[in-house]
Design a protein around this ligand. Structure first.
Ligand code: MCN
Ligand code: CUN
Length: 819
């Protein structure tokens, strides 16, 4: 039997942390403080790296220094002779177990430990297990790997050229670096509109090449796992940083052949996820194998550089956008061609469905006659991508593309970008709206949302101030240039409807189970996995709202597959749209059961009761009512219930969403750019989001703050470039810069509320909206500032060097470091 270090569990030794410090206990929705912060602000959270098991060993991964090389020999004898080393696992060891390769979310294969070749810098080559992590790291140096260097494929734009080395020569029939071709929309209809626009004297086609650079979500806690295979019971307990505990359990069962009921995946507090913790990494598999081999628990935690260099990156999309537009500014059609750099293993979810399929929302928030998009995926000698950083390979790039294109169109037409957007936005009477690529947007009032943002920003006055600055600049005064950038985005979140997507054959429905104890306190089990989003609070609020009890009386259990119902986890802002819906539905089931119990207590028919102010009340007689606590006690008593009605107040449900939810937002960014140094200052940022009904407005605003900071990072600072040898130039936080409060303005938030018509409480997801919507607003602002220099487009990250070069008419290529 193993046990965890009890003193680290919040509440065990410090009952105070369980007490919620609100003067007045709220009921239901509202900005109550986060329950989980009682432990987080005291430094009492329990992260994966905090888990300590008796007799635990430590693993470390040997990584490839080269981007592309054949492995000719691996000698582990010196490492094995190290007095503190228990085992050294290589690709050959795993091959013997049939585990050298594992499937990815796209049904591609990925090496767990390299056998034939290494395919990116930082790839996993061997795994050492030792008494402590220092000995494990020391022993890595004792492993002798012989490499025969090969030419690496680094420039995605050349990956398909004849004569380019083949990255995936391990795959049968793979003679080049092509992975997939995916398309969406009606190509013939789109070409027709473009041909018309080209021929008509009062129409035109606007084109731009736009890169969304490779970025990394860089969560606070890196990825890791503690595998504990109990040799007596044969049960594997895996403590791990996962956003999707149930999905991981099923995948371990399917891939490693372990019986699923003998696997328990526990994901305690994980220090952020941002999609980085959706995939299964080689280190997890190695820890499991190591625990089986040594018969002891084995912990593996990667360090910061390992996380940045080898785990799911996001983006790396080379996009060509074309817009057919009238000279008056009516956008008729959009055509997009994308080259997607997926690295050495295609690890995004299935490109045909989810999420590359989500690039299909590239039509944005506009009413188009036609649209078509083609995406080609290629292999390169870089780390593989994933479902990361506000979902790469889907909406984030699509929104950036269309919102950048709209500004390019405005530039070419000499039109105000706000006016151009207003002219083309979907009208409220068009909802539910079927887009040119077949997506059904559920609800929204886009012109209103944009109007609210423009008013909040004081758009007219800003333009007047800008004109004044430009005059002074032209008169030779040394002033910073002012830029105003807009974006209007439509998100598509809440994966998702069973017909449209699945991952490795699993549907996308989420379960919820709710137990109300005799005293009226409740425990909710969900499959969503909080990484910092405040689920313990908001999900308790949903139950509280439905049952008329306090959120403090609802305990939310997640992150343990032995204790919670099956579901696909948290990513793609799906927790509120799917698990949140399941929670509302299961609570309503309990409420209906409570109605029968209350009717029996009050000796009336259930139809005579009304749900009023959190109580079941006899219609027209406010004196005759029962609270959930009274009903719960009765439900567990000897009260004689009608024939066929079960006692107690427990229920389960599985929610299979009928559609995604489509939040939207209008953002306005104001920047000051120093044309002499290229330095950009984000002066103001106005964000008006519509995520339907807000359960906890404070948490929603926190989510938006985080996403806006992400946007500042991506637009101005981040971006992982490679040199032509394949050296990753973003492998530490000295090179890969995260935004701090110094780079961020004081955010100015606003809201509009258009409930989702198909969601039980009208809520839409919000977790990624700002990450998706802010980069185009910031880039549009910087490019707008550079208008006096004739700049039409420049790629992120808009570092001082990139801005300065753009102003000189020599835009930088930001994905490659060419020396
Ligand atoms: N919420 C609400 N009312 C709404 C919508 C949401 O009160 N109308 C609340 C929710 O109940 C939840 C939070 O806001 O507490 C976020 O909800 P939701 O939009 O459903 O998103 P998820 O919970 O599914 O979170 C996933 C999303 C993703 S995909 C990434 S990436 C990201 C993000 O959340 N990663 C994060 N925000 C993050 N925030 C933190 N702190 N850490 C991460 O790793
Ligand atoms: Cu896609 S990043 Mo979030 O979905 O976990």
């Amino acid at each position: 039997m193993t046990s965890i270090d009890d003193s680290r569990i919040p509440g065990v030794q410090d009952p105070a942390v369980q007490i919620h410090a609100e003067a007045e206990t709220p009921r239901g929705y509202g900005s109550m403080k986060r329950k989980e912060d009682a432990r987080f602000v005291r430094g009492r959270g329990r992260y994966v790296d905090d888990v300590v098991l008796p007799g635990m060993l430590h693993g470390a991964v040997l990584r490839s220094p080269l981007a592309h090389a054949r492995i000719t020999a691996v000698d582990t004898s010196a490492a094995e002779a190290h007095p503190k080393v228990h085992a050294v696992i290589t690709g050959e060891t795993l091959a013997g177990l049939g585990l050298a390769w594992m499937p990815t979310l796209s049904n591609d294969t990925q090496a767990v430990l390299a056998t034939d070749k290494v395919r990116f810098q930082g790839q996993e080559v061997a795994f050492v297990v030792a008494d402590d992590k220092y000995a494990a790291r020391d022993a890595l140096d004792l492993i002798d790997v012989q490499y025969e260097p090969l030419d690496p494929v680094i420039d995605a734009r050349r990956a398909l050229e004849a004569g380019t080395p083949v990255v995936r020569d391990d795959k049968d029939g793979q003679a080049d670096n092509h992975i997939f071709d995916w398309e969406s929309g009606d190509s013939a209809a789109t070409d027709r509109v473009f041909a018309e626009a080209e021929a008509a004297p009062d129409q035109r086609v606007v084109t731009a090449d736009i890169l969304y650079p490779r970025v990394h979500p860089a969560p606070l806690e890196t990825c890791g796992a503690i595998a504990d295979m109990d040799p007596v019971t044969g049960k594997l307990t895996l403590w791990t940083t996962t956003q999707a505990p149930h999905a991981h359990r099923t995948l371990y069962a399917l891939v490693a052949g372990l019986p699923e009921h003998k696997i328990r995946v526990v994901s305690p507090d994980i220090g952020g996820g941002f999609g980085n913790k959706v995939g299964i990494y080689p280190g997890y598999v190695c820890a499991i194998v190591a625990s089986i081999v040594t018969g002891k628990p084995v912990k593996w935690m990667e360090d910061r550089s390992e996380n940045l260099m080898s785990t799911s990156f996001a983006r790396d999309y080379h996009m060509r956008g074309e817009v057919a537009v009238t000279d008056e500014g009516t956008i008729r059609a959009v055509r997009v061609d994308v080259l997607a750099d997926h690295g050495a293993f295609n690890a995004t979810a299935q490109p045909t469905k989810f999420p590359a399929g989500f690039f299909g929302v590239f039509t944005g928030s506009y009413d188009l006659e036609a649209a078509h998009c083609a995406v080609t995926g290629v292999y390169t000698n870089k780390a593989s991508g994933g479902v990361a950083y506000a979902c790469s390979f889907r909406i984030t790039e699509a929104v950036y593309l269309v919102e950048r294109m709209v500004d390019v169109v405005a530039h070419d037409l000499g039109m105000d970008p706000a006016e151009l957007r207003m002219r083309n936005l979907l009208r409220p009477d068009q909802f539910p709206y079927r887009s040119a690529t077949g997506w059904e947007y559920d609800s929204g009032d886009y012109p209103h949302t944009l109007q609210v943002a423009l008013e909040k920003a004081g758009y007219e006055a800003l333009r007047a101030e800008q004109a004044d600055r430009r005059r002074r600049h032209e008169a030779g005064e040394r002033v910073r240039l002012m830029g105003i950038g807009l974006s209007f985005f439509t998100e598509a979140v809440g994966a998702g409807p069973r017909r449209s997507m699945d991952i490795l054959g699993l549907g996308m429905a989420d379960g919820a189970d709710l137990r109300v104890h005799p005293t009226g306190k409740a425990v909710l089990g969900i499959s969503a996995q909080s990484q910092g989003q405040g689920h313990e609070t908001t999900f308790a609020q949903i139950v509280a709202q439905e049952l008329g009890i306090s959120p403090d009386d609802v305990e939310v259990v997640h992150g343990d597959t032995d204790l919670t119902p099956f579901g696909l986890g948290t990513y793609g802002s799906r927790s509120t749209p799917v698990s949140g819906a399941a929670t509302a539905v299961v609570a309503r089931k309990v409420r209906e059961r409570a109605r029968i119990v209350a009717a029996t207590m009050l000796e009336v028919a259930p139809e005579d009761l009304e749900w009023h102010d959190g109580r079941w009340q006899v219609a027209g007689d406010p004196e005759a009512s029962r609270s959930m606590a009274e009903i719960a006690m009765a439900a567990h008593s000897n009260l004689e219930l009608p024939e066929g009605v079960e006692g107690h107040l427990d229920a389960t449900c599985v929610y299979n969403p009928p559609n995604l939810t489509y939040p939207c937002g209008a953002y306005v960014c104001v920047v000051d750019v120093d044309p002499g140094t290229g330095a950009v200052d984000v002066r103001r940022f106005v964000a008006v989001d519509d995520c339907g009904v807000r359960i906890n407005p404070m948490i929603v605003e926190g989510q938006i703050h985080g996403g806006l900071a992400d946007g500042v990072g991506m637009a101005l600072m981040q971006g992982i470039a490679f040199d032509l040898d394949g050296n990753c130039l973003g492998g530490s936080m000295m090179d890969y810069l995260l935004p701090t409060s110094l780079e961020c303005p004081s955010w100015e938030l606003g809201e509009t509320v258009t409930p989702s018509p198909h969601h039980p409480i009208g809520a839409k997801g919000i977790g990624e909206s700002a990450t998706v919507g802010s980069p185009p607003a910031i880039v549009n602002a910087v490019i707008d500032a550079l208008a006096p220099y004739g700049v039409r487009h420049a790629d992120m990250p808009l570092t001082p060097a990139a801005v300065w070069c753009a102003a000189q008419g020599r835009p930088l290529r930001t994905d490659l470091a060419i020396t």
